[in-house]
Write a new protein. Structure first.
Length: 301
C-alpha cells in the first residue's frame, strides 16, 4: 500500500515540473519566482478550513509541536524557492537529477533523529534507484552533464531542506496525527506567502501578473498546485507506513518520469519540450528504467 502512495508523489511532481517550467518561461521571465510561491501558499490556506472541519482537534497539540510543524511548512516552501530559481535558468531535465541528493540527506537525518535503519535488501534497492536515476544525467558520451555551480549549490540547499521537512513531518505525524501535522504545515506555507506579499516589490509583481494573465495563471497554476498538493500528501502519508529514507528513494524516481514525460511531449507537443529522441538516448533511458525497477522490487520486498 505504501508503495502506491510513494509513487503518486513522483508521478505528480514530474507533471508539475514540466508545468512549472512552462509557467516560469511564459510568465516569470521578468518576475521573481518567489511570486509563484504565493499561489502554492494560497492552495494550502484554502485547504485549512476543510482540514479543520474534518479533524477538529488540530488545535490540540502543545505550542512547541505547533511551532515545529509550522516551521516545517515554511522550510518546505523555502526549498521550492531554490528549486524554482534553478529551473528558471536551466532545463527541467538538467535540474531534476539533482533532486537525488534528497535521498542521501533524508537517510542521514532519519538515522540521526528517528533512529531508522534499513535492511540490506532495502538499502540495496535504494542505491539502485538512485544510481538508475543518476544514469539519466549522463550525456551521449556517458559523462556527467556540466552543472553550473549556482544551480548545484541552490539545489543542494533545496534537497537538504526538503529532507529536514520530511523528517520533522514524520516525527510529529507519527506521534500525533497526519491531518493535524498537515494543517500546521499549510499554516507555515501560508505565513511564507504572506511574508512574500508583505514585500512591496513582490506584491506589485503579484498584482501585475494577476491583472495581465488572470485566467492563465489561476487556471494553469491552480491545477498545477492541486497536482503538487496531491503528490505531497501521498508521499507524506507513505512516510507514515514505511521508513522515510525508503520513501525518499522511491520519490527520487521523479527524474525518470520527468524524462519520460519530456520524451512524450517532444513527440506530441514539441513546443512544450525538446528532449533528445536519438536511439542512444532512448536506450540509456530504458537501461535506467530497468535498474530503477529492480531497485523498487528490492526496496518494496
Amino acid at each position: 500500500m505504501w508503495l502506491l502512495f510513494a509513487f503518486l508523489g513522483p508521478l505528480s511532481w514530474a507533471t508539475s515540473t514540466h508545468i512549472d517550467k512552462y509557467l516560469v518561461d511564459r510568465y516569470f521571465q521578468n518576475s521573481d519566482t518567489a511570486v509563484l510561491l504565493v499561489f502554492t501558499a494560497a492552495i494550502g490556506v484554502v485547504m485549512l478550513p476543510f482540514i479543520w472541519w474534518f479533524q477538529p482537534g488540530v488545535l490540540a497539540p502543545p505550542l512547541r509541536a505547533i511551532a515545529a510543524m509550522t516551521v516545517s511548512g515554511t522550510l518546505y516552501i523555502t526549498s521550492m524557492l531554490f528549486y524554482l530559481r534553478a529551473i528558471q535558468s536551466e532545463e527541467a531535465s538538467v535540474v531534476a537529477p539533482l533532486f537525488q541528493t534528497t535521498t542521501i540527506f533524508t537517510f542521514l537525518l532519519a538515522w540521526f533523529f528517528l533512529g531508522e535503519l534499513l535492511t540490506w535488501k532495502a538499502g540495496a534497492g535504494m542505491v539502485l534507484i538512485v544510481a538508475g536515476v543518476l544514469f539519466l544525467s549522463l550525456d551521449r558520451s556517458l559523462r556527467l552533464r556540466r552543472f553550473k555551480p549556482h544551480i548545484v549549490f541552490g539545489m543542494l540547499a533545496c534537497t537538504l531542506i526538503l529532507a529536514l521537512t520530511a523528517v520533522i513531518f514524520k516525527f510529529y505525524a507519527v506521534r500525533g496525527d497526519f491531518w493535524t501535522t498537515t494543517f500546521w504545515t499549510f499554516v507555515g506555507e501560508g505565513l511564507f506567502g504572506a511574508g512574500i506579499l508583505a514585500i512591496p516589490a513582490y506584491r506589485r509583481q503579484f498584482v501585475l501578473l494577476l491583472h495581465t494573465n488572470t485566467g492563465a495563471l489561476i487556471g494553469v497554476n491552480g491545477a498545477n498546485e492541486l497536482i503538487n498538493l496531491g503528490g505531497g500528501l501521498s508521499v507524506r502519508f507513505a512516510t507514515m507506513l514505511a521508513p522515510v529514507a525508503l520513501v525518499s528513494a522511491i520519490s527520487s524516481t521523479t527524474t525518470l518520469f520527468v524524462f519520460a514525460f519530456g520524451t512524450l511531449l517532444s513527440v506530441i507537443a514539441p513546443r512544450f519540450s525538446h528532449e533528445d529522441l536519438s536511439r542512444g538516448n532512448l536506450a540509456r533511458k530504458a537501461v535506467a528504467a530497468a535498474v530503477v525497477t529492480v531497485g523498487v522490487v528490492l526496496a518494496s520486498g
